[in-house]
Design a protein around this ligand. Sequence first.
Ligand code: THU
Length: 130
Amino acid sequence: MTREELKAAAVTMLDRAYCPYSHFAVGAALECADGTVFTGCNIENAAFSPTICAERTAVAKAVSEGHTDFVRIVVAGRCESFCVPCGVCRQVLREFAPDMEIICLNSKGEEQVFTLSELLPHSFGPEFLA
Ligand code: THU
């Protein structure tokens, strides 16, 4: 999938977001080393804390299908600012791909690109427990 197609996949997921409380839709498209793409949206809950972010929805789909070799993720929002992953999502991505590419989109579809290690420096990971 091209970069533009991956971005489009994340934007498409904005319409799948279940966000009746925040009205803040997020879409994600996660690409694995073999090219497989897993998409996700945020899924909110009336009890609030069970809410899951778009990125972690995509990660759960990928890992449960046997994919952990993440290369890049697009995170799409409808806000003026670039939609960056929250701290929990950064940590969850870090478990599998400490230096993957994070492509953040704003409502205009413009992108700001980071590496995960830029967004989560000095991070804790599986090697600490080895
Ligand atoms: N949200 C995400 O889906 N990803 C993030 O990285 C930031 C926050 C969602 C969670 C919640 O449904 C809404 O955005 C407002 O916080």
